[in-house]
Design a protein around this ligand. Structure first.
Ligand SMILES: Nc1ncnc2c1ncn2[C@@H]1O[C@H](COP(=O)(O)OP(=O)(O)OP(=O)(O)O)[C@@H](O)[C@H]1O
Length: 307
């Protein structure tokens, strides 16, 4: 990527009472991109986010935000950051609008026009003058998003953002996040212990385990060399795959095979020549769960109720 990163974690480390909680994290985050931060429980996500928001001082390394060191230029660097924590605190008996007015006073230069702009961005224009107590959970999360955007941050951190939302609610929230990332070029960093949440919301995932970055990759890239096939008779298909020296595993009523796209025509010809019927040859998208297991070597997957 040629664009400059908006946030850089450089050799970020934390040691508390002789215990290395975070080891030399190097992560670059880019404008317009939604990056997930995923790891088993206790991997170090909260500790990292605390350092990224200036709540904890790193033992070594730096957090650079838009070219400024968070440790050396705290005020200016933090003014470029918006944070949404799990279940944002709102005044339930005030309207959404009054809540935003209240939070706007905490920043310099947030005009009423800007408030209206963020209200539109999160799709709350019809209900903004109603009390927050009448809002659904999804609307409250969107109000939290509007609040975090008031001062036009270039970087948005969401810590476990959709707790309690159902998949439809997560998708809706993702749609608004995507709009903000694309239209305003905001870089979004989403910490979660839920694989499904990261999969639904993010373009990219950074995985940590035991305080170390173990992988960072695009999650929806389509250059897979895995295909799902269904063939009959089964035994003949298996011996052909073995004869052709193709890696495969059973899945549902077929197999996932590892072949390159350009080899598909000759692959099909081989089946036809052997009199084996093929009912499906389709790209097999590995789920994030598959990828996560691959990255962590079968490490524990944090599940929805494990917190
Ligand atoms: N102040 C502290 N002193 C000592 N150890 C700590 C401290 N804070 C966190 N830890 C330890 O550091 C490790 C990382 O914790 P952290 O809360 O950052 O993980 P996490 O990835 O956010 O986990 P979870 O998903 O469960 O919230 C854990 O082993 C935790 O027990």
């Amino acid at each position: 990527m040629t664009t400059q990163p908006i946030v850089q974690l450089q050799n970020l480390s934390k040691i508390i009472r002789g215990k290395q909680l975070i080891s030399q994290l190097n992560i670059d985050l880019y404008p317009g991109q939604i990056t997930g931060f995923l790891g088993p429980n206790g991997a170090g996500k909260t500790t990292t986010i605390r350092m990224m928001t200036g709540l904890m001082h790193p033992s070594e390394g730096k957090v650079i935000i838009d070219g400024l060191s968070l440790q050396e230029n705290y005020e200016e660097a933090i003014s470029k950051v918006g944070v949404i924590v799990e279940n944002p605190e709102m005044y339930k008996f005030m309207t959404g609008y009054k809540n935003l007015l209240h939070f706007a006073r905490m920043h310099k230069n947030v005009t009423k026009d800007r408030i209206q702009e963020v209200v539109n961005q999160v799709g709350l224009e019809k209900r903004i003058h109603e009390k927050v107590s009448t809002y659904s959970l999804g609307m409250r999360q969107r109000l939290g998003l509007a609040q975090a955007l008031l001062h036009r941050p270039k970087f948005l951190i969401l810590d476990e953002p959709t707790n309690g939302l159902d998949p439809a609610g997560i998708r809706e929230f993702r749609m608004y996040l995507r709009k903000i990332a694309t239209e305003d070029g905001v870089s979004v960093f989403v910490s979660s212990h839920l694989l499904s949440e990261i999969e639904l919301m993010c373009d990219r995932v950074a995985v940590i385990q035991n305080g170390k970055l173990i992988d960072i990759r695009d999650i929806h890239s389509n250059n897979s060399s895995f295909y799902y096939i269904e063939a009959t008779p089964n035994e003949q298909a298996v011996s052909l795959l073995q004869k052709l020296d193709i890696n495969f595993v059973s899945e549902n009523s077929g197999y996932v095979v590892e072949i390159q796209k350009e080899d598909i025509p000759s692959f099909i010809t081989n089946f036809v020549n052997e009199g084996i019927q093929l009912f499906a040859v389709q790209p097999h998208q590995k789920t994030l769960e598959d990828q996560f297991l691959e990255m962590t070597g079968g490490g524990q997957i944090a599940e929805a109720n494990s917190k």
